[in-house]
Ligand binder design. Structure first.
Ligand SMILES: Nc1ncnc2c1ncn2[C@@H]1O[C@H](COP(=O)(O)OP(=O)(O)O)[C@@H](O)[C@H]1O
Ligand SMILES: [Mg+2]
Length: 406
């Protein structure tokens, strides 16, 4: 056996393994794609499912790549993905063709497309969707062997689908409330320039629970600070609703932040010499249309603690006060940076339950964490790597905070 077929068998083994261990079809497809991209060497990829409630329009629910595909879709027959769905025949667009296929080339705008492999997947009852791979290792086009690997892998993932298992409808995005385009952030220290964000393209949707995950130092807090108007990007565009804040002045950013955004940090940052209620009232006075401070404390389950000072409360209670303090502004968006990092498991769950309620009430939540388990609660999970978006998952079945275990 030559070394390339050995490699193929190794990857096949790895894919079989993750598929066998997956608990749901979604997980099988997701883990399969991840394994293929990592081991067989593609730049990125996406899983598109046919939305039966909308003419089998193909929508992505998981992808690897630095772009936000959340609102992208193809009708059957439209572009490579749509064609492959319609014909139920795998398609390869090697180097030359892919560039000519405008429809597909714009799928991965953050990732210049040099080649692509699309494979359909189905169960006994229906054609379910398409798995798409983009570019071979180092962004080079796939060669025929690479394309073979992608096709075999995708067929294996597709075969793992149980006869009667269907894809559930995933969460659907609401209106875009925040838009980030090609956001970069550099820090200069003397002659040394550190590039922390290297081109982030992300939309935030109204009412969603978005979790940003990634290793320490990958730029999560930097990104959250830009979204919250606490910091400005070095380049790129940032807008909130219809307001372009890309070149906003400090005063404009302060106003944006004050009127629209609530913050929750790992450290609670409460004023030590004020009671819980006074901490809230201090903030309520700054905004036009605050929520009643007593009501906010009630929402986080601390009505009976309103006269307590921070030092008289546990860490979890203080964090709930800080959630109430964010809520009292009646913000459209709450940004939370590692809100449970300083809390033990039981207390974290209490705090996350409150956050779940807040989202249910209509507030958009963007939460940074490095706790993988918390991603199960999210509508969408964005994994960052080295200053870019690396992977996005749209959850079909978000879990409740009480069901999380770590
Ligand atoms: N003000 C700053 N000056 C210089 N470097 C910074 C500054 N803020 C953040 N960084 C650097 O940017 C990188 C990403 O930081 P951060 O966004 O806090 O990461 P994360 O929240 O993902 O752990 C780190 O290497 C950090 O040292
Ligand atoms: Mg951080």
């Amino acid at each position: 056996m030559d070394s390339s077929s050995l490699r193929i068998y190794r990857v096949i083994g790895a894919v079989q393994n993750v598929i066998a261990n997956a608990k749901t079809l979604d997980e099988a497809l997701q883990e399969g794609l991840k394994t293929i991209v990592e081991n067989a060497g593609a730049d990125g990829g996406a899983i598109w499912y046919a939305d039966t409630s909308d003419e089998n329009r193909l929508r992505p629910f998981f992808w690897i790549g630095p772009v936000d595909l959340t609102r992208r879709s193809h009708l059957p027959g439209d572009g490579s993905v749509g064609r492959v769905y319609e014909s139920q025949t795998a398609e390869r667009l090697l180097e030359f063709d892919a560039l000519k296929d405008v429809e597909t080339a714009i799928d991965f705008t953050g990732l210049p497309v040099s080649s692509m492999v699309c494979v359909p997947f189905s169960n006994a009852n229906a054609n379910l969707g398409v798995i798409q791979f983009v570019n071979g290792p180092d962004s080079e086009p796939f060669d025929d062997e690479g394309a073979d690997v992608m096709e075999i892998m995708a067929m294996m993932a597709a075969m793992a689908i149980e006869e009667n298992e269907a894809l559930a409808e995933p969460w659907q995005p609401g209106e875009v409330i925040m838009q980030l385009r090609d956001i970069t952030r550099e820090f200069k220290n003397g002659d040394i320039v550190t590039k922390v964000l290297k081109g982030v393209n992300l939309d935030v949707y109204e009412g969603e629970f978005l979790v940003l995950l990634g290793e320490s130092g990958c730029g999560k807090s930097t990104l959250l600070n830009i979204v919250g108007g606490m910091d400005s990007a070095t380049s790129g565009e940032f807008s909130y609703l219809n307001q372009d804040l890309s070149n906003a002045t400090q005063a404009e950013l302060t106003e944006f932040r004050r009127d629209n955004v609530g913050f929750i940090f790992q450290s609670y940052n409460l004023m030590p010499n004020l009671t819980a209620l006074q901490n809230l009232k201090l903030i309520a006075e700054l905004v036009d249309d605050p929520m009643d401070a007593d009501e906010a404390l009630e929402l986080v389950g601390l009505a009976d603690r309103k006269r307590n000072y921070p030092s008289q409360m546990s860490g979890g209670q203080q964090q709930r006060v800080s959630i109430a303090r964010a809520l009292v502004k009646n913000p459209k968006v709450i940004l939370a940076d590692e809100p449970t990092a300083a809390l033990d498991y039981a207390t974290s769950i209490e705090v996350l339950q409150v956050m779940e309620e807040v989202v249910k009430g209509g507030t958009t939540m963007v939460m940074v964490t490095h706790n993988e388990e918390i991603t199960r609660m999210a509508d969408r999970v964005v994994r960052m790597r080295d200053g870019r978006m690396h992977e996005v998952t749209i959850n079909r079945h978000p879990a409740h905070a009480v069901d999380l275990v770590w």
